[in-house]
Design a protein around this ligand. Structure first.
Ligand SMILES: [Zn+2]
Length: 312
């Protein structure tokens, strides 16, 4: 008998569902909108209704369905309690309690960034590794740490919150979403490189393609870099150096086999990998030098893969 697992990625805009075989093959993928009104109180019932539909459509029951895993954008403890998921409108939610009297199935929950890392370690770019750190370079910087195949979620569910490492010695004039102003994500996220660019162009007089661009994005900066735009190269250089220093610090603590870079900035591909690698080797502890640095492979599906893997 074939066995299955359902992986759910709860996001602020949509809830993604993936039905997987135990070998990691994606059988079916579907999405429903996230209703965050009234403190997000409809989210779990909407998810439950959709789970029943998937189970009916694919003839699933407590014998052939091994369980349901869920990634949530907030701190999760004991793989069930969610403590503040701002994007969902949630304060404190016990997910296992909600499902326990409805479904006779294993239900496990983890933070969404941790779950994405687990997905990459299961069938993604890091599938040959046991210990990895996934770094998602988007609006902020998300992190997921897998050590010996297990998620490191910590006492408060904030293990892997690498975006808020106080990397900077001097405080920035801008404040991070967390309220501090020395955070790694303030210089290593997509927003971070955009701000580095704005500051650079304000403080320096030199000509640059970027001066013609209205709202500068990370992609604009890397495109200008590849055209040998001197300002763009200096801006990107500051960014690569910050990112690499963060990775070197994480490596000294975790000693992973690989870093997996995801999120919008990772679309820069080899340009990002080559330049970060150069700085990384300069900053890292000698024993961490041969770590692999790779671009994530599963994209937005990493969450549903990792969520399913939780229960397998
Ligand atoms: Zn912060």
């Amino acid at each position: 008998m074939k066995k299955y697992a359902i992986g759910i990625d709860l996001g602020g805009r949509s809830i993604k569902f993936g039905l997987f075989t135990e070998d990691g093959e994606l059988v079916n993928k579907s999405t429903v909108n996230t209703r965050i009104d009234d403190g997000g109180k409809y989210i779990l019932s909407d998810a439950y209704d959709h789970i029943l539909k998937i189970m009916e459509k694919h003839d699933l029951n407590s014998t052939n369905l091994m369980g349901i895993g869920m990634g949530v954008p907030g701190s999760v403890t004991q793989q069930r309690y969610v403590n503040k998921a701002v994007n969902l409108g949630w304060d404190f939610v016990d997910i296992k309690e909600y499902f326990d009297d409805k479904l006779d199935l294993k239900i496990l929950v983890e933070n969404d960034a941790n779950v994405a890392a687990l997905g990459e370690a299961w069938v993604g770019v890091a599938k040959d590794y046991q210990s990895i750190v996934m770094v998602t370079l988007g609006t902020g910087v998300g992190g997921g740490i897998i050590v010996d195949g297990k998620i490191l979620s910590g006492k408060h569910g904030s293990g892997g919150e690498i975006g808020h490492m106080p990397l900077l010695k001097e405080p920035l004039s801008r404040t991070c979403g967390c309220g501090n102003n020395r955070c790694f994500e303030q210089v290593a996220s997509a927003t971070g490189i955009e701000n580095i660019a704005l500051d650079y162009l304000f403080e320096n007089e030199e000509d640059s393609i970027l001066r013609e661009v209205e709202n500068i994005t990370a992609k604009d900066i890397f495109d200008a870099f590849e055209k040998n735009d001197h300002a763009a190269m200096n801006i990107a250089d500051q960014y690569f150096s910050h990112l690499a220093r963060g990775l070197a610090i994480i490596a000294a603590v975790v000693d992973p086999e690989a870093f997996v870079l995801g999120g919008g900035v990772s679309n820069a591909g080899d340009l990002l990998l080559d330049n970060v690698r150069t700085y990384y080797e300069k900053y890292c502890f000698v024993n961490n030098r041969d770590v692999d640095i790779k671009i994530a492979a599963l994209g937005n599906d990493a969450g549903i893969y990792g969520a399913a893997k939780l229960v397998l």
